[in-house]
Design a protein around this ligand. Structure first.
Ligand SMILES: Nc1ncnc2c1ncn2[C@@H]1O[C@H](COP(=O)(O)OP(=O)(O)OP(=O)(O)O)[C@@H](O)[C@H]1O
Ligand SMILES: [Mg+2]
Length: 325
């Protein structure tokens, strides 16, 4: 009797328990894996690529190998190598071969997860071209390693990442399905933040999420903060509030927390006239601490505010036109 398929409708159910929202992407990823396709998830930092792929690994009973893509990932580190000391003693033989993550995933039908694939040197990526199209790998002096039918390669990359990255060749793209992961919806970002830090007043937390989202469309900002910035801001608010004996939603706490959590995360344009700190302060004043806002006295109990995470997308600060310059 053949083993049950490792990816199917039940995979999707399990993924939904771990991953907030992303229903379409979860379906696409599951369908690609069911169809024995290799997969690339492409999107800016913090959009949940690793969360999704780790959830896939947890949801299937297949072996899982994680490989961090970087300039030091040589073909030997990915594929495997002959142990040099043993080669000196016994010569080249299968007994002195040590599987790397690619060889073991091929043999065992595992899920090979390549993080930051665009940081992997071209020479190493070229090994994958044959593996993906032919379903096997030939290693000099070792021979052929045939891919188990359940072998899958999933990779993630960040299109904004310009440091130390290689161009992914058309040959690689042509052998993978691609799922684009853009920033989460406001509601999903709010839910993701709530899962990790739930002690903060929801109306205030919704405004912090809105502030973080607004960093992505500010005219002086090249790359804004991901949801990681919202999570860190809210954690800092909670702990700073206790140290200062002030409400988490007070300006003394919220602004310091926002600047600390977000100023290093946003990348400003070379032509920008404002510093990251000034941009965060401007957005904080317009979104979280607006003068006409009953929240501005620091009372976190107000429930008349906008729906958390969906708040006031049309407010000027989401796409500010003035910043004093
Ligand atoms: N859809 C989601 N469901 C649950 N948590 C999420 C989701 N998206 C993001 N997160 C949370 O946001 C943070 C960043 O997510 P993750 O590390 O998966 O992003 P990434 O796309 O892999 O980022 P990078 O490109 O920087 O590696 C994590 O704390 C993760 O738990
Ligand atoms: Mg990641």
């Amino acid at each position: 009797m053949s083993a049950p398929a490792p990816y199917g409708p039940s995979t999707l159910e399990t993924l939904r328990e771990t991953v907030v929202g992303r229903n379409r992407e979860l379906e696409l990823v599951t369908a690609a894996l069911m169809g024995r396709r290799h997969l690339l998830l492409e999107g800016p930092p913090g959009t949940g690529k690793s969360t999704l792929l780790r959830a896939v690994a947890d949801a299937s009973d297949r072996p899982f190998a994680f490989v961090e893509g970087n300039a030091e990932l040589t073909p030997a580190r990915l594929v495997g190598h002959f142990d040099p000391a043993q080669v000196l003693e016994a010569g080249y033989s299968n007994d002195v071969w040590v599987d790397g993550p690619l060889a073991s995933s091929l043999r065992d039908g595992g899920l090979l997860y390549l993080e930051e694939i665009n940081r992997i040197p071209e020479e190493t990526l070229n090994v994958l071209v044959t593996v993906m199209s032919e379903g096997d790998l030939t290693v000099p002096r070792l021979g052929r390693i045939e891919a188990h039918p359940e072998f899958r390669l999933v990779a993630a990359m960040n299109p904004f990442d310009a440091v130390g990255t290689a161009r992914i060749s058309g040959a690689i793209y042509d052998r993978m399905c691609r799922v684009s992961m853009d920033y989460q919806s406001a509601g999903d970002e709010f839910d993701i933040a709530q899962r990790q830090i739930s002690e903060i007043d929801q109306t205030f937390a919704g405004k912090i999420v809105e502030l973080v989202r607004a960093t992505r469309s500010h005219r002086d900002v090249r790359v804004g903060s991901s949801v990681r910035g919202a999570i860190d801001t809210l954690i800092l608010c909670r702990d700073l509030a206790s140290l200062r004996s002030l409400p988490a939603a007070s300006r003394d706490v919220g602004l310091d927390a926002s600047i600390t959590a977000l100023s290093g995360r946003i990348q400003v344009h070379d032509s920008a006239t404002s510093s990251p700190e000034q941009i965060i302060t401007e957005l904080y004043d317009a979104i979280v601490d607006a003068p006409d806002d009953p929240q501005s006295d620091g009372d976190p109990g107000d429930s008349s505010g906008p729906e958390p995470g969906k708040a006031r997308a049309s407010r000027p600060a989401a796409n500010p036109t003035t910043n004093g310059s």
